[in-house]
Ligand binder design. Structure first.
Ligand SMILES: C[S@@+](CC[C@H](N)C(=O)[O-])C[C@H]1O[C@@H](n2cnc3c(N)ncnc32)[C@H](O)[C@@H]1O
Length: 259
């Protein structure tokens, strides 16, 4: 898992291009996932103690820093931490950035007003342990904003068609298809009920889902997915139908939880 992300941080190969690479990657990111800004609520974090877990290329981290958060960030890989550090330095922004593991956070109890983690905790082998750590480092009344994958998504359906049905394994469990074929080995996805159980530690939990560019096939897919079948699907994918009748079957599950 570590090696998968160390080879190329999230989106590095697809979006970190050109002279103005970090700005280009950020523009593409917020065009493809416009709901990030309201979910992360960057502007509201001025002077708050904020921890981001799994900074990746650091686009969101840069926005917390620019908003004036008192910021810390960790990632499992040196590559991600170095990208994020370089990204902040070019704008004279600062953060306490460290290599670290979500399952054993290198911080004391009740330190942060906000813990943010976008598309990370479902990659960690023991996601429940990582959520318990989020709870531990939050101050009482602090807010966790966490995106993890939603199981009953169109991305899940595509995985089933490609690696279940067409591979003559129609009964392969969805969990095993996500684990083997989506991103890093062992990636998980959750139903809304499972996510509620995961966040049972918290006093208040709100969960919503978003149809993503992956569900709608409106972008190049992730680091692992290419090929003729995908190109064909892009041409015939019923995007309007999906938006209209299945808005709750998106891959991204946005969880806001109060300690
Ligand atoms: C899909 S990328 C997401 C990065 C960034 N949050 C974003 O939205 O672009 C996943 C990131 O999480 C990091 N990661 C995976 N497991 C982790 C763990 N247990 N602790 C800390 N970081 C982890 C990976 O190294 C990678 O940078």
């Amino acid at each position: 898992m570590h090696d998968f992300w160390e080879r190329a941080a999230c989106g590095e190969e697809l979006y970190l291009t050109g002279d103005d690479a970090y700005n280009h990657q950020a523009r593409t990111r917020y065009e493809l996932e416009p709901y990030i800004s309201s979910f992360a609520d960057f502007e509201a974090t001025r002077d708050l103690r904020v921890l981001e877990i799994g900074v990746g290329l650091g686009a969101d981290h840069e926005r917390f820093a620019a908003a004036g958060a008192n910021l810390s960030g960790i990632d499992l890989t040196r590559n991600a931490v170095e990208h994020t550090r370089a990204r902040l330095e070019r704008r004279g922004l600062t953060s306490d950035l460290r290599i670290g593991d979500a399952e054993t956070l290198p911080f004391g109890d009740a330190q942060f007003d906000v813990v943010y983690s976008y598309g990370v905790l479902h990659h960690s082998p023991n996601t429940a342990a990582a959520v318990a750590e989020v709870h531990r480092v939050l101050k009482p009344g602090g807010i966790a904003r966490i995106m993890i994958y939603h199981k009953r998504s169109f991305v899940g359906l595509m995985l089933w068609i490609r690696y279940g049905l067409l591979a003559l394994k129609p009964f392969e469990p969805l969990a095993s298809l996500y684990a083997q074929h989506l991103e890093s080995p062992g990636t998980k996805a959750y139903s809304v009920d499972e996510a509620r159980r995961l966040f049972a530690w918290f006093s208040e939990v709100q969960i919503s889902t978003e149809l993503t560019h992956g569900d709608l096939l409106t972008s190049a897919a992730g680091q692992r997915h290419t090929g003729l079948l995908l190109n064909f699907a892009r041409k015939v994918w019923p995007r309007r139908l999906i938006r209209r009748f299945f808005p709750a079957n998106g891959l991204h599950m946005l969880i806001t939880a109060v300690k």
